[in-house]
Design a protein around this ligand. Sequence first.
Ligand code: NAD
Length: 496
Amino acid sequence: MINQDTIDTLRKTEVGARRLFIDGTPVDAQSGASLEVISPIDGRPFARIADGGVADVDRAVASARKAFAKGSWSRAAPALRKKVLTKFAELVEKHALELAVLGVRDNGTEIGMAYKAEPLSAAGTIRYYGEAIDKVYGEIAPTADNVLGLIHKEPLGVVGVIVPWNFPLMIGAWKIAPALAAGNSIVVKPPEIASLTLLRLAELAVEAGLPEGVFNVVTGRGSVAGEALGLHMDVDAIAFTGSGPVGRRLLEYAARSNLKRVFLELGGKSPNIVFADAPDLKQAAVVSANGIFRNSGQVCVAGSRLLVQASVYDRFMDELLKATTKLKVGDPLDLGSDIGAVSSAEQLTKNLGFVAKAVEEGARLVTGGERILAGTGGSYMAPTIFENVTETMQLAREEVFGPVLGVMRFETEEEAVRLANATVYGLASAVWTSNLSTAHRMVRAINAGVVHVNTYGGADITVPLGGFKQSGFGRDKSLHAIEKYTDLKTAWISLN
Ligand code: NAD
């Protein structure tokens, strides 16, 4: 159960220095180097992580390969893998609050959201793929009578998993769970500023019965450990979520090394479109405010571009402002807070740079735009709304990944579609309307991996998530994700 007393006890737990996790056990980085972990809650260091280097990635990949070749996981009956993954999910649930508090100390997400979106969501994902894997069949091809064509689905081998800091457990599990369920071995490279929960996850996997070497974690810098994984000649695939520039690098690394597969889930600048006939403008405003401001806007699918039809513009903006000012920004480990800290001081500075540029380009600041609670030493930012944003402004084009919303006004459906698609991204979107035909036309017209109708966010594990255009390719979640971690092999057998 989640209650304030337990949270307050857990937040005082000594974390100390955490080591890499290779071959089923914690080990020091070969160089002995480590990195300080600073909490965005108060700006203070509270842990250290090993600064993994090229040699450590080599060691982790070798361990993963050895485990894969041994076959105790890769060739285990799917029913056995299911049993271990089910136990793994149970352990994650059992340690959910411990994991959630550890993660919040690392990245500043408000605890109520972190608890559900991180350990509980990760446990659900692990269970989902565990349960799915013994229902995945091969195929028999419709051939002539004198041959038999069999299509086998095999694990790829060693999969590198690289994830961002906003939801490392949830996003990590979207890759780790289907990769493991399919029989692969993995090497996870957590984000520099939020590594602790993924290290703990690996320990729980081994406790659940995952053989040594199947789940390895190398913490450290992206430019060192991440690059080494991307360039490694014995890694078969990289499953990545993060920024566009790093995604491009991973494609280059694959081209320069062994042509490993690369799956990219990148950023977004998602349009949230409110038509005058939205079923309930007030509710739309409340959900829209949450859709951009929860987790300080550090959500890949955040509805960061709000398009409002002119005839309801003033009414909607009043409701939006009311809903926004009700959101309480504060200590993320206080159950009374709606929004916690921005993940790091650097990210806060970056967000404030976007605010300054929006003002300079002529957008009108409606609310927020500043750092708050500076006395705590933490990185807190007021939810920020700009209106009179135009297509050419930076705020309409570039992802902030912070609590900053840009609002535009539109007259017609055609204009809404044009504005919605006027972006290099295509991750998420939403449409608010009572008209079924408008809703379906918009679903077809918007270039994005998900179009929400009369809601924002919340799509569960049963449906795919991923981007069009420069938001990436490959899909996390749903049964489709298993395809990324399996290869097709044909057996062509003469029956003559
Ligand atoms: P980032 O790209 O800076 O880092 C992501 C990961 O890549 C980290 O683990 C980092 O250590 C690693 N990395 C950095 N440089 C690397 C390199 N040269 N080689 C290999 N790995 C390297 O992203 P971030 O700042 O952690 O996260 C924010 C970004 O992630 C935003 O753009 C956001 O939209 C995106 N994101 C996308 C989704 C999605 O599902 N599409 C979800 C969450 C976040």
